[in-house]
Design a protein. Structure first.
Length: 99
C-alpha cells in the first residue's frame, strides 16, 4: 500500500476568496496539499476544492508554482481556466441565474 507524507499544505487563494465574498456566494473550501509518496521522490498535488453552493459548482485549484497559468479546473466541464476566466464564468452564471 502506498504511504504519503505531506510536503506542503496549500491554502485557498486570497484573490479568489475576495471575489467570492464580493459576489456574496456561499461556498465550502477544502485545503489541498503537495504530497510525496514515501520511499520515493514522486510528488502529487491534492487540489484545493471550492464548492460554490449557490451555483452548484465545484472548482479544483491546483495552487502550485510550477504549473501553467490555468490552475483552476472544473470537473463537470473537463476544462482548465485562469483566475480571470473563472471570475468571468461565475459572473455569467450569476447573471443567467438571476434572469
Amino acid at each position: 500500500m502506498l504511504e504519503f507524507r505531506t510536503v506542503r499544505n496549500l491554502k485557498a487563494d486570497k484573490d479568489f476568496l475576495e471575489f467570492i465574498g464580493r459576489e456574496k456566494l456561499t461556498f465550502k473550501g477544502i485545503d489541498g496539499a503537495i504530497l510525496e509518496i514515501k520511499k520515493t521522490n514522486i510528488k502529487t498535488i491534492k487540489p484545493i476544492i471550492y464548492e460554490i453552493k449557490d451555483l452548484d459548482l465545484i472548482i479544483h485549484h491546483y495552487a502550485c508554482d510550477n504549473l501553467n497559468s490555468k490552475r483552476y479546473y472544473i470537473p463537470s466541464n473537463k476544462k482548465s481556466y485562469t483566475l480571470n476566466q473563472i471570475k468571468e464564468l461565475i459572473r455569467t452564471m450569476l447573471t443567467t441565474k438571476n434572469n
